[in-house]
Design a protein around this ligand. Structure first.
Ligand code: ATP
Length: 548
């Protein structure tokens, strides 16, 4: 396996993504906008294929008559497409208005802003001078970074670095300040020359705010761009029940944009301010919810493996009890070892959460808090609900067992952009292939799963004469209605293969002299490089079978 956690590998992926039109910085001609990304011609096809695979595997292709492996019973799946701006009360009752924030800290000297929980540091002392040196770097880079910063701060030459006395390993700034073992006055900010430049941490709500209407001005016009797609599903729960024939257990799926005003967007598309989510809210009987939680966790894990992510780079991580949200009974993250992370670190692709009846109850009764182990409506100083719910009955009546209850929810919540980024990183390979003269040539090849590949097949006439282009165009037209394919007659065939390898096209079909004689073409496999002869008449069925 290639070394995965490697910044130079990541740099190559980012540069290929730009050069071949997978991902561009948003508004690039104006200098770009931090945290916003555009998908180019190949990228839009890749991301669409990720979303389509999810929708087909989870929703459209779901067999509600079968009991899937690990599932307690058959279940139904349906979908929704909700608005990005919703009634502001939605976010008050869901808890996002009060709680969806990060702590940020500013540097008066460098004018930079940091997420408080992203800063780490350690004590450094030299000739009676002592400072808590911080860095934003993580993993292997963090310690050398603190050494370099301390050296500069104390004005030492490289050979004097050993004179610095270190007060232990890296610690979280947040925890050190909370424990009182350092103060902000002693702290050297990550980009500052002198200590004491960091401001007190402040809460920062991650929801983007906007105003509704032409006369927008007072507080009643304030609205938010959704930070997750899930709430649209909860507030439509009753609509779906009343208008379709679904019965518990069933799931509602949605794919759509979400917005978070991340304090420090970074790592390419991994932490963006505008991104897409693929979420399912699965409603089940409370007594069966633990089994459904395990089913969804395992099913989602297998989905990533089925689409080719390397198992050794994936991790299924169950949250510890103290990591769980106040309403959650269990949560697991599916994580991927992205190359921009330090060795041994993983980044979240998807969270699968057992949410109990928290969401439906919040939208019935009002914002909930946990008190003495129970979820109760939070009240203000006047004793009234702090954020009043809709008052609508969101319970479910099971007409077979004659029971009424508020369903429990299992939520598999995936990021379409993070998934796409993982597939992009995992696909990237560098190897050597023989060129037309049999000499080894290095190649960059994107080994996407055929279902995800932006282009499935390329049709290449060996030369632009002798009737080859005509045969190739006929084949292109026969394939096009069935799959994304490209016709390419420009340059040597070796060059054309190289272009398709970089785009991740699994199959190339070459029309040559023999084609004219026996109506066969060469089928080249991107990964094995095996070239076989296939009758032209069989090509469409053969590739369709491979994609099925
Ligand atoms: P993180 O801890 O990385 O910020 P989170 O736990 O807040 O993520 P969730 O609220 O569980 O994320 O969102 C579900 C999914 O949405 C995540 O697993 C991720 O794939 C995606 N997602 C969340 N925030 C972002 C973001 N800023 N950019 C891209 N994708 C995101």
């Amino acid at each position: 396996m290639d070394k995965q956690n490697d910044q130079s590998r990541m740099d190559k992926i980012v540069s290929l993504a730009k050069r071949r039109g997978f991902v561009f910085q948003s508004s690039e001609i104006y200098g770009g906008l931090n945290g916003f990304w555009d998908y180019g011609p190949l990228g839009v096809a890749l991301k669409r294929n990720v979303k389509d695979a999810w929708w087909r595997d989870m929703v459209a292709g779901h067999d509600e008559l079968a009991t899937l492996t690990g599932a307690p019973s058959p279940y139904e799946m349906t979908g929704l497409d909700c608005t990005i701006i919703m009634h502001p009360q939605v976010w008050k009752c869901s808890g996002h208005f009060d709680l969806f924030h990060d702590w940020m800290i500013d540097c008066r000297e460098s004018k930079r802003r940091y997420r408080y929980d992203h800063l780490h540091g350690r004590w450094a002392a030299h000739r009676g001078k002592k400072v808590f040196v911080t860095t934003e770097a993580s993993g292997d880079e963090a310690v050398p970074e603190t050494v370099a910063r301390a050296q500069k701060f104390f004005g030492l030459r490289a050979k004097q670095v050993d004179e610095i006395e270190w007060g232990g390993g890296l610690e979280s700034l947040e925890q050190v300040i909370a424990a009182g073992s350092a103060t902000l006055a002693d702290t050297l900010g990550p980009d500052a020359a002198a200590p004491g430049s960091l401001t007190e941490p402040r809460e920062f709500n991650l929801m983007f705010e906007t105003r509704i209407g032409a006369l927008a001005g007072d507080d009643d016009d304030r609205a938010f761009l959704r930070p997750e797609t899930a709430q649209g599903i909860f507030v439509n729960f009753k609509n779906v029940l009343d208008t379709s024939r679904v019965r518990v257990p069933f799931g509602i799926a949605q794919v759509g944009k979400s917005f978070r005003n991340e304090i420090t967007p970074r790592n390419f598309t991994f932490r963006s301010r505008e991104f897409e989510q693929m979420e399912i809210e699965f409603f089940c009987k409370p007594a069966e919810s633990a089994e459904w939680y395990r089913f969804w966790r395992d099913r989602r894990w297998k989905w990533y493996l089925g689409l080719g992510l390397t198992e050794g780079r994936l991790q299924l991580r169950e949250h510890h009890r103290d990591e769980l949200s106040h309403y959650s009974v269990g949560t697991a993250d599916i994580e991927y070892a992205f190359p921009f992370l330090a060795e041994g670190e993983f980044g979240e692709l998807e969270g699968i959460a057992h949410r109990g009846d928290f969401d439906l109850r919040s939208h019935m009764e009002g914002k909930l808090v946990r008190k003495d182990g129970e979820l109760v409506v939070e009240t203000g100083p006047d004793g009234k609900p702090r954020h009043r719910g809709s008052g609508k009955d969101l319970s479910y009546f099971d007409d077979v067992s004659r029971e009424r209850y508020v369903p429990h929810v299992i939520e598999p919540s995936a990021g379409a952009d993070r998934g796409t980024l993982a597939f992009l990183c995992d696909a990237f390979h560098e190897d050597e292939v023989p060129d037309e003269d049999g000499k080894p040539r290095s190649r960059t090849v994107m080994k996407f799963h055929p279902r995800l590949a932006p282009v499935k097949a390329a049709i290449l006439p060996l030369v632009k004469k002798d009737g080859m282009p005509e045969v190739a165009i006929d084949l292109y037209r026969a394939l096009k209605p069935h799959m994304a394919c490209q016709y390419d007659e420009k340059g040597s065939v070796g060059r054309r293969y190289a272009r398709q390898d970089e785009a991740g096209t699994p199959w190339c079909l070459t029309i040559d002299g023999q084609t004219l004689a026996d109506k066969t073409v060469t089928l080249r496999d991107r990964d094995s490089l095996v070239q076989s002869r296939v009758p032209i008449a069989d090509v469409v069925d053969l590739l369709r079978d491979k994609l099925a």
